[in-house]
Design a binder for this molecule. Structure first.
Ligand SMILES: C[S@@+](CC[C@H](N)C(=O)[O-])C[C@H]1O[C@@H](n2cnc3c(N)ncnc32)[C@H](O)[C@@H]1O
Length: 387
């Protein structure tokens, strides 16, 4: 591991960058729903413990909500946002501090949803529009089960249970489909057939697992801690209400040109009838944009976007407040995009300075390897207000 800057802070970052061997990061609600490039919970917990000033913890690129779960466990006010509507639902479902009784209802609700879905399927076919749009991505019984389960969930009267059941179903969508994985939206030639009745079985099991995780989360969170404030919002937006309240902005921005968060969720938008146009316009660092442009323009655009985000967050910082970025180098067909210089310049534009950083080498798998770039790095970078 390569460290730079203030030695004491760099040591704290090194601790955060090294989860214990065998820690798969799936404790509490962390294993609930896939999210590409999720942060290791150890990293989030250690940074909140060792480098946060007093005050709230904010994650403006929250994804599946790892940072928010760890902020809750530290008894901190937690603020989260993302532009992706699926992220909002996943983070919401992972951060509920439900009573034992309410979590305990999840399995019974999942069983009744499965029962009602069977009735719906017996009386109605899968809508033609959905079959035409998504049919190629599923074995027909799996699509029928997903659609009828979603219809049955829509009938639930209790908004919280309805959201939670839909999040449980959402966590199974890619597994039920022929899509290769949550972060590769391609057809998987080796996909195993998903027979009728399999998805409802998975839903009941997932509800049971999640109910147990929610109970464990509630036990881990100090009494009196509120559930996080979550929003569907661009990370570059100003939020005057947060002024001076945040001890640590801890976040993992998209790595330039590596993922396509909006495209990864395409199955879910179609099934749950979500409108992702705004998210597609606002997503920064997306691979789909980067392959159409030269690497210098991708790097420049990323620096501008990150600078705008840092400028928006700086007024949030409480006295002594910091920003910690957990981020990997980007990838472009022409080369690896090294992010540390981009972060330094974006920080300077926002009147922030880099206090310390640590970097670990990772292999390159994409086309940049063919250009001779065999390594990229993942970094934790700590920023403070300049002057
Ligand atoms: C690396 S992921 C965050 C993962 C998260 N730390 C976790 O543990 O699950 C980056 C996130 O940034 C989001 N994102 C991309 N552009 C954004 C924007 N302009 N504003 C807010 N979120 C954005 C993506 O939707 C994605 O969820």
């Amino acid at each position: 591991m390569r460290a730079a800057g203030d030695p004491e802070l760099a040591r704290a970052l090194e601790v955060a960058a090294r989860p214990a061997p065998g820690d798969d990061g799936r404790a509490l609600t962390h294993g609930f729903h896939a999210w590409s490039a999720r942060m290791h919970p150890h990293t989030a917990a250690a940074l909140i413990r060792d480098v946060a000033a007093p005050g709230g913890v904010a994650d403006p690129f929250m994804g599946g909500g790892t940072v928010l779960v760890e902020a809750l466990c530290a008894g901190r006010p937690a603020l989260g946002a993302d532009i992706n509507p699926v992220a909002l639902e996943v983070a919401w479902a992972r951060t509920r501090l439900w009573s034992l009784g309410r979590s305990g209802r999840l399995v019974g609700v999942a069983e009744s949803v499965a029962e009602r879905a069977r009735e719906i399927l017996a009386s109605e076919p899968v809508p033609r529009g959905l079959r035409e749009l998504e049919g190629g991505w599923y074995d027909p019984p799996a699509l029928a089960d997903l659609w009828s389960l979603d219809e049955a969930i829509a009938e639930l009267q209790d908004t919280g249970l309805r959201r939670m059941m839909r999040a449980c179903l959402s966590s199974l969508v890619v597994k039920a489909s022929r899509q290769r994985s949550d972060s590769v939206a391609e057809l998987d030639a080796d996909h195993g057939w998903v027979p009728a009745g399999r998805v409802p079985e998975w839903l009941v099991r997932r509800a049971d697992e999640h109910a147990r995780s929610l109970v464990a989360l509630r036990e881990a969170v100090p009494a009196g801690t509120d559930e996080p404030r979550l929003a569907l919002r661009d990370a570059r937006a100003e939020v005057p209400a947060f002024a001076g309240t945040v001890g640590l902005v801890l976040t993992s921005p998209p790595y330039p040109g590596v993922y396509d968060y909006v495209q990864h969720q395409a199955r879910r938008y179609a099934l749950f009838r979500l409108d992702a146009r705004e998210a597609a316009d606002q997503e920064i660092g997306a691979r789909r944009q980067s392959v159409r442009a030269g690497w210098m323009s991708v790097a420049w655009r990323f620096e501008q976007d990150l600078g705008a985000a840092l400028t928006a967050w700086r007024p949030w910082l409480a006295p002594g407040g910091r920003v910690a970025l957990v981020i990997g180098d980007g990838e472009h067909p022409e080369r690896v995009i090294r992010v540390l210089p981009l972060i330094e310049r974006a920080a300077a534009a926002a009147e922030l300075v880099v206090m310390a950083s640590v970097s670990q080498q990772r292999p390159v798998f994409g086309p940049a390897r063919a250009q001779g770039d065999e390594h990229r790095e993942e970094h934790i970078v700590l920023l403070e207000a300049a002057g």
